[in-house]
Ligand binder design. Structure first.
Ligand SMILES: [Zn+2]
Length: 331
């Protein structure tokens, strides 16, 4: 069953447990082909307004091409019409806040986040400053934004030099289908579509999968980064090598219940492995088709069965087994 018929190099729910060690290789190869198809397509680019804080030292200046590669990667889905990137250090919080408040058509109600929380304006020192967010405005202009907060102590790793920008743009693009279909005059409509669809692992899983595959410059970099994420994100009280932990603690968690709790962190490790697994079965951008089906108001299990032709109940033990094996291999 393939949503994305770009290659014969795909696995199935019947053979993927036996073949699970091939998953990263298949994902990497198919992503290269798919990304190139996107780059060769017309009209994949969203115009970017690139705001960098006046005193912010950009240690890395290829973020525009990272954003554009992300647009190319998701080229088969609804585009964001304009994108407002904000990159700033601690001292530029106030300027970032003024800039965000002045964006065209933006009011606090339309950003679905609080602007002061995006700029961390209330932080008294760098200890509570840092990280990144992105999303869309719930306005008719269908635009997206990012807030990338650079800390002087941020590690100078490949992830911060590439993957992070792909990751954040992907957060914006994954909620984009909901903007097309939810009744924007009624926030409860948006929330109920999101809630019925939204498993906890899918946000960071989708964003991290794209971040690590699209931004890595070669296969070994991708392999190294994914292992770091799988190994490095331990959650107390959760054992990813245990299938019943995966079934019980990951598969039944809704985003709205888990965001802000420790298990949310498993989205960067277990979520990544889940999305890689689905990518190896159904193609590099198929995960966004799940989001899109969710935007029609479908429950996650219904959306899943439409897309994969296998019920979510039947797929869960297979995916849990792959998560457990992969986590054990990379313990
Ligand atoms: Zn994220």
């Amino acid at each position: 069953m393939s949503f994305c018929d770009l290659s014969n190099n795909l696995l199935t729910f019947d053979n993927i447990i036996d073949e699970y060690k091939q998953i990263p290789e298949i994902v990497w190869q198919n992503v290269q082909v798919h990304l190139q198809n996107g780059l060769n397509s017309n009209n994949y680019k969203t115009p970017i307004t690139d705001w960098v804080g006046p005193t912010t030292d950009l240690y890395y200046n290829e973020h525009i091409s990272d954003y554009e590669n992300t647009m190319a990667f998701w080229y088969r889905f609804e585009k964001i019409e304009a994108f407002y990137s904000h990159i700033f250090n601690f001292d530029d919080r106030q300027a970032a806040q003024e800039n965000m408040n002045a964006l065209p058509g933006v009011t606090q109600e339309k950003i679905l986040y609080s602007i002061p929380s995006l700029t961390q304006i209330d932080c008294e020192n760098e200890n509570c400053f840092g990280g990144a967010n992105a999303g869309i405005f719930s306005g008719d202009n269908k635009s997206g934004w990012s807030s990338i907060r650079i800390k002087s102590t941020d590690p100078n790793t490949r992830y911060y030099r590439g993957g992070m920008y792909v990751h954040e743009f992907t957060h914006a693009i994954s909620v984009r289908p909901f903007l097309e279909r939810a009744d924007l005059s009624d926030i409860t409509d948006w929330n109920s579509r999101m809630r019925s669809f939204h498993p906890c692992w899918i946000d960071e899983g989708t964003a991290h999968y794209a971040g690590l595959t699209v931004a890595s410059r070669n296969k070994s970099e991708y392999f190294t980064q994914r292992i770091n994420e799988i190994k490095g994100r331990q959650v107390e009280g959760f054992d990813p090598t245990n299938t019943s932990d995966v079934m019980g603690q990951i598969f039944n968690q809704n985003f709205y219940d888990c965001v802000g709790t420790p298990i949310y962190e498993a989205g960067y490790s277990v979520g990544l492995v889940i999305v890689e697994t689905l990518s190896a079965i159904s193609g590099p951008d198929s995960i966004l088709m799940l989001w899109k089906l969710g935007s029609y108001g479908l429950e996650f299990s219904k959306a899943f069965e439409y897309l994969y032709g296998v019920s979510w109940e039947d797929a869960k033990p297979i995916i849990a087994e792959i998560v457990a094996k992969t986590s054990l291999d990379n313990k």
